[in-house]
Unconditional design. Sequence first.
Length: 76
Amino acid sequence: MTASDWNKILVQLRNKPQILARFLKHNKPKQRKIGIAVRKCEKCGRFGSHIKTHGLNLCRQCFREIATEIGFNKYS
């Protein structure tokens, strides 16, 4: 089940609280504690190649786009 499917189902079940509660009990995605799905880029939402040093929480592509704006210099 993708995230968009999840949101569509929740919208449909908002008027039916008992069915919604049962659905959430059995089908809610669990919170990840370890693995690649724990951290994602704050700007674009990618999971891979994550830079979390200095509290950035960005993927390498987004970091490269805004590095000069936030004060990082590129040394060849």
